[in-house]
Design a protein around this ligand. Structure first.
Ligand code: NAP
Length: 497
C-alpha cells in the first residue's frame, strides 16, 4: 500500500496571495482532518477578511496593470499547458493529498479525478485559442462585430466533495478566458488547492493572477462576494448558500454563476437487464459515498420490477466494503463522508426516513466495528415506498441514502421525477429508444443520462442547473462577456436629422 503521508508537510500550509506563500494576518490556523479516522494530520493558515482583501487587491492589480492583461491568448494557453504538465508529473502526490483530506478512494482520485483535473487545463488551453466572436449582418454600410472579453477579477468559491477536480476545471476556464482569480476552497477540503498554488508558481504565472485564500465562507467568502473590485463570483455548493450569495452580491450587481444542489431522479422501466441496471443505480447513489451533486438519489421503479430490483440493489449495496480508500487492494470500495458534522446531518435524514414510515431495505444502522466507528462511514441506506411528502424525497442528503418510489405509467414516472425544486440531473433506463428520448426530453434538469449514470465529457458539455440547482451555463463563455462593436463604413456619414 502506498504511504500517502509521505507527501504531507510538517509546516503549516500557507495561502497564496500575489505570488507569495503567506500566513494569515491573524496567525490563526485550522486542522486538516482525515475523515477515515477523524485524526488531524496537518494544519493550514485560516484566512480572514484582511487576507481576502489583499488577494482582491492583487488580483485587481494583476488584471488591470499586470503582464497578464496584455498577454496574447497563445501566451496564456502555453502557461495553462505548463500547469497541465506539472500537475501530471505530480499526479500521485495530489491523489494522495486529496485521498487523505476527503477520505476518497485512492484509485478513483488517481485514475479519474486527477486525469479530469489535468484535462481541464489541456482542454482550456486549447479553448483559449478558439474564442471566436462573430460578425452580425446589418442593414446599411456598417460592420457590426462581437468580441468576447474576460470578466476581470473572478472569485471561485468551492465545495468539499471534489475540490481538486472541480477547482482545476473551473479555474482553467477562468484563466483561459483571460481573468484573474481568487480561489476560496471549502474549510473541509482546502489541502489540495493550497498545494495547487505551487503548481501555478512553478508554471510561471505572474503574481496576482491566481490567489488562494482559505477561511470560512461567512467571513472571507462574504468579503469576496460583496467587494466592488470583484467582477464575478462563481460558487459551487449548496442551494441555501447560493441563495445567500444572490442576496449579498446584489449591491454590486456583479455577475454570478451558481452550481448548486440536486435530488436527481433515476427512472427504470421494466424492459431492462436488471443485473446491469442494479449496478448503475447503486453506483449512482454510492459513488463518493453519495457526495456527488448529480447523484441519482431518487430511484423511480416500474411496478413490474419493483421488488426484484430492490432485492438486487440491496444485495449489491451489502457487498460494498467500507474502509480506508488507500487499502484498495483489500477490496475497499466505500469511503466515509467528509466530517463528523456531515455524518450527523446524514444520520438525521436516515432517522427521519424511519419516522416518516418509509420501508428500510438495507443500511440504516451505524457500523459498530471499532475501526469504522472512528471515521464517518455511513452504510448505503435504501428506503422503499417513499412518497413525495417525505423529507428524504424532497431534500438533498449528500450521503449514500436512496429513496425509492414506484410507478405504473410513463406519465406517472415523469411526474414523480419532476416533483422537486431541484433540476440538476436525471436518468432513464429503458431499451425502448423512443421512450428513452421522450422521457429525457420531459425531465426538467440540465443533464440527463440514458442507460448510464454520470456524465462523460464534463469540459465539453454545458451542465446548467435548472430550477434551484443553479444559475448560468457551464463553460468558458460563462467567465466572459460579449462586446458588440459598431463601425460606420460610409465615407460621408452624417447623423440622422
Ligand atoms: P456549502 O456549504 O454551500 O459551501 C460551499 C462553499 O461556499 C464553501 O466554500 C463555503 O465555505 C462557502 N460559503 C458558505 N457560506 C458562504 C457565504 N455566506 N458567502 C460566500 N461563501 C460561502 O456546500 P458544501 O457543503 O461545501 O458542498 C456540498 C453542496 O455542493 C451540495 O449541495 C452539492 O450538491 C453542491 N455541489 C454542487 C455541484 C454542481 O455542479 N451543481 C457540484 C458539487 C457540489 P465554508 O464551508 O468554508 O464556510
Amino acid at each position: 500500500m502506498i504511504n500517502p503521508y509521505k507527501y504531507v508537510k510538517k509546516d503549516t500550509y500557507q495561502m497564496y496571495i500575489n505570488g507569495q506563500f503567506v500566513a494569515s494576518d491573524s496567525g490563526d490556523t485550522f486542522d486538516i482532518v482525515n475523515p477515515v479516522t477523524n485524526e488531524v494530520f496537518a494544519k493550514a493558515y485560516k484566512g480572514g477578511a484582511s487576507d481576502m482583501q489583499k488577494a482582491i487587491t492583487a488580483a485587481r492589480n494583476a488584471f488591470d496593470n499586470g503582464p497578464w492583461g496584455s498577454m496574447t491568448q497563445l501566451q496564456r494557453s502555453k502557461l495553462l499547458l505548463k500547469v497541465r504538465d506539472v500537475l501530471a508529473r505530480r499526479a500521485e502526490e495530489f491523489a494522495c493529498l486529496e485521498g487523505l483530506d476527503c477520505g476518497k478512494l485512492y484509485p478513483s482520485v488517481l485514475y479519474y479525478e486527477l486525469p479530469q483535473s489535468i484535462d481541464g487545463f489541456e482542454f482550456s488551453a486549447g479553448k483559449a485559442r478558439c474564442l471566436e466572436g462573430k460578425v452580425n449582418p446589418v442593414d446599411g454600410n456598417y460592420l457590426n462585430y462581437v468580441v468576447w472579453q474576460p470578466q476581470g477579477v473572478v472569485g471561485e468559491i468551492l465545495p468539499w466533495n471534489g475540490p481538486l477536480m472541480m477547482g482545476c476545471q473551473k479555474v482553467a476556464s477562468i484563466l483561459a478566458a483571460g481573468n484573474t482569480v481568487i480561489i476560496k476552497p471549502s474549510s473541509w477540503a482546502s489541502l489540495s488547492l493550497l498545494v495547487l498554488a505551487s503548481v501555478f508558481d512553478e508554471a510561471g504565472f505572474p503574481p496576482g493572477v491566481v490567489n488562494i485564500v482559505t477561511g470560512s465562507g461567512s467571513v472571507v467568502g462574504d468579503v469576496l462576494v460583496k467587494s466592488e473590485d470583484v467582477d464575478m463570483v462563481s460558487m459551487t455548493g449548496g442551494t441555501p448558500t447560493g441563495k445567500h450569495i444572490i442576496k449579498s452580491s446584489a449591491n454590486t450587481v456583479k455577475n454570478i454563476a451558481l452550481e448548486l444542489g440536486g435530488k436527481s431522479p433515476n427512472i427504470v422501466f421494466d424492459d431492462v437487464d436488471l443485473e446491469s441496471v442494479v449496478k448503475w443505480a447503486a453506483h449512482g447513489f454510492t459513488l463518493n459515498s453519495g457526495q456527488v451533486c448529480v447523484a441519482g438519489t431518487r430511484l423511480i421503479l416500474h411496478e413490474n420490477i419493483y421488488e426484484n430490483f430492490l432485492e438486487g440493489i440491496k444485495k449489491y449495496c451489502e457487498s460494498l466494503k467500507p474502509g480506508n480508500g488507500f487499502e484498495y487492494e483489500k477490496g475497499i470500495n466505500l469511503g466515509p463522508v467528509i466530517s463528523k458534522e456531515h455524518f450527523e446531518t446524514v444520520w438525521d435524514y436516515i432517522e427521519s426516513g424511519k419516522k416518516e414510515g418509509a420501508r428500510l431495505i438495507t443500511g440504516g444502522e451505524k457500523y459498530t466495528s471499532q475501526e469504522l466507528a472512528k471515521g464517518n462511514f455511513v452504510p448505503p441506506t435504501i428506503f422503499a415506498d417513499v412518497t413525495p411528502d417525505m423529507r428524504i424525497f424532497k431534500e438533498e442528503i449528500f450521503g449514500p441514502v436512496l429513496s425509492v418510489s414506484k410507478f405504473k405509467t410513463e406519465e406517472e414516472a415523469v411526474n414523480i421525477a419532476n416533483n422537486t425544486k431541484y433540476g440538476l440531473a436525471g436518468a432513464v433506463f429503458t431499451n425502448n429508444i423512443k421512450r428513452a428520448h421522450r422521457v429525457a426530453e420531459k425531465l426538467k434538469a440540465g443533464q440527463i443520462y440514458i442507460n448510464t449514470y454520470f456524465s462523460k465529457g464534463i469540459m465539453e458539455s454545458p451542465g446548467a442547473g435548472w430550477k434551484e440547482s443553479g444559475l448560468g451555463n457551464a463553460g468558458i463563455y460563462k467567465y466572459m462577456h460579449p462586446k458588440t462593436i459598431f463601425v460606420d463604413l460610409d465615407d460621408n456619414s452624417n447623423p440622422p436629422v
